[in-house]
Design a protein around this ligand. Structure first.
Ligand code: SF4
Length: 75
């Protein structure tokens, strides 16, 4: 494997994903704010506020898997 291929694979793993919330599906469980502390906070009704929506693949996978309403998606 060449250095270029290796760098490409590494870059893919750390690709930046823009997190989005389906506000119709979201039911204010607040798990995303716990999993993505510092990137997601909750408003006064418990709905997510995206402070920094840029995630890596692993952050996105974890949060989207744990969201009970399946309300997290990516651009
Ligand atoms: S975990 Fe899902 S349902 Fe709960 S607040 Fe976050 S997006 Fe909404």
């Amino acid at each position: 494997m060449s250095d270029t291929q290796r760098e490409s694979i590494t870059a893919g793993r750390h690709a930046r994903i823009t997190l989005r919330v389906d506000r119709v599906r979201c039911s204010a469980h607040g798990i995303c704010a716990q999993v993505l502390a510092g990137k997601v906070t909750l408003d006064e009704w418990g709905y997510p506020v995206l402070v920094d929506p840029h995630l890596d693949e692993e952050e996105f996978r974890t949060a989207s898997t744990l969201c009970p309403a399946l309300a997290l998606y990516r651009d």
